[in-house]
Design a protein around this ligand. Structure first.
Ligand code: CP3
Length: 365
């Protein structure tokens, strides 16, 4: 391993046979041949699992994110149960913002709620730049998890500046992002100052996770699909680029995902992603045409399909694997997070089916 000038540890040399860097998931991210198509699910560590609900019954969401022993246990639950090809750190996109001094809570059934929304230059100043010590519980949890997971890669993550800004400006979840857009169009200078600050916080948060041993990172810009491509390029792309390009030397694959981003897929790839996440609206072969052959894709089963009878699920999995062959690398996933009402048994069956269908394909050459 080498340390670059940013202090971030590059672990390209860590691709020993059998280690996480040689896993089907990391190989697919790097567009290398795989023994089977790797699969994991966004929001796999969460409310669809009874063993998760049991742990969370007595612990509020943000507190559970700050207790390394709980983070470790919840992160491991879907790996044990479903046999997914990667774990995703149990946390939330607002964790680093709370660590930066913003008073917020995650309200069950609603999502993040901010006590005093960010609307002025003085408000932006309230977002402190974080250090490793502000998120030492994440550092500790990742170190524990890397030991527990062995050859299974751990994905670190963060929210992208636009999606974080939306929660901070609105004060909570929003369907229209009206206050966010009003600030963006009405005061571009303040908007860019806010996003630049969030990009710095995010970059530190991801570097802490990488230094502690995650094998890949995913930047969630869940709500970027609310913007036109022109506005995305002007108001968002420079800040997401700060984050993703700032991690180049870290040597771990970078995944970039948003919902309703069919028109933005090319631009989101340009922000510095190795893998672009695609929601269910855009078929993977079409997405690959927009993203280009130099990036892998991740996706894109509609999470609602998991609520349908098994033959419907099976047909959709087959279609997605087939369309994913157009990409130079495919990580099977949902088009957005697992819904709480999903039967966990169906998730386990999907993992087995993806593995079976994609291995048979490899056997046939
Ligand atoms: O994917 C995983 O399993 C890892 C854990 C994870 C959580 N949130 C845990 C969580 C991840 C990767 C996230 C990211 C996240 N958080 C995003 C980006 C992904 C996406 O879905 O677009 C966003 C937008 C958030 C903000 C957020 N946090 C929302 C919208 C909600 C849901 C509110 C609700 O209760 O319906 C949360 C809460 C949250 N984050 C829960 C979990 C397990 C539910 C809390 C609970 O169980 O009480």
């Amino acid at each position: 391993m080498t340390t670059d000038t940013t202090g971030t540890v590059a672990r390209d040399g860590d691709s020993r046979p059998g280690g996480p860097a040689d896993s089907p998931f990391i190989r697919a991210c790097r567009r290398r041949p795989v023994p089977h198509t790797p699969v994991w699910f966004m929001r796999q560590a969460g409310r669809s699992l009874p063993e998760y609900r049991e742990i969370r019954a007595s612990v509020p969401m943000l507190e559970s994110c700050r207790r390394p022993e709980l983070v470790t246990e919840i992160t491991l639950q879907p790996v044990r149960r479903h046999g997914v090809d990667a774990a995703i750190l149990f946390s939330d996109i607002v964790v680093p913002v709370a660590a930066a001094g913003i008073d917020l809570d995650i309200v069950p059934g609603t999502g993040p709620v901010v006590a005093e929304p960010i609307r002025t230059a003085a408000d932006v100043e309230r977002i402190r730049l974080i250090t490793r010590d502000d998120v030492s519980y994440v550092d500790e949890a990742v170190r524990q998890l890397v030991v527990e997971l062995g050859d299974t890669p751990l994905i670190g993550f963060a929210g992208a500046p636009f999606t974080l800004a939306s929660y901070l400006v609105e004060g909570g979840p929003s369907r229209t992002h009206a206050k966010t857009k009003a600030l963006m169009y009405g005061d571009p200078e303040l908007w860019h100052a806010l996003c630049a600050r969030l990009a710095e916080v995010t970059l530190t948060f991801l570097r802490v996770q990488i230094d502690a041993g995650v094998s890949a990172v995913q930047l969630f810009d869940s709500w970027a699909g609310a913007l036109s491509e022109a506005d995305y390029r002007r108001f968002v792309l420079p800040h997401s680029t700060t984050v993703l390009s700032g991690l180049v030397s870290a040597g771990v694959p970078r995944i970039h995902f948003g919902v309703g981003t069919g028109e933005l897929l090319g631009a989101m790839g340009e922000a510095g992603a190795d893998v672009v996440g695609v929601d269910w609206r855009t078929p993977l072969d079409v997405a690959t045409g927009r993203i280009g052959a130099d990036k892998a894709v991740q996706g894109n089963l509609d999470p609602c399909v998991l609520l349908a009878p098994w033959p419907v699920v099976e047909a959709e999995v087959r279609r997605i694997l087939e369309q994913g062959r157009a990409a130079p690398g495919h990580v099977f996933n949902l088009g957005h997070g697992v819904l709480p009402e999903t039967d966990p048994e169906v998730l386990t069956r999907v993992v087995a089916l993806v593995h079976e269908l994609s291995s048979r394909r490899a056997d046939q050459g």
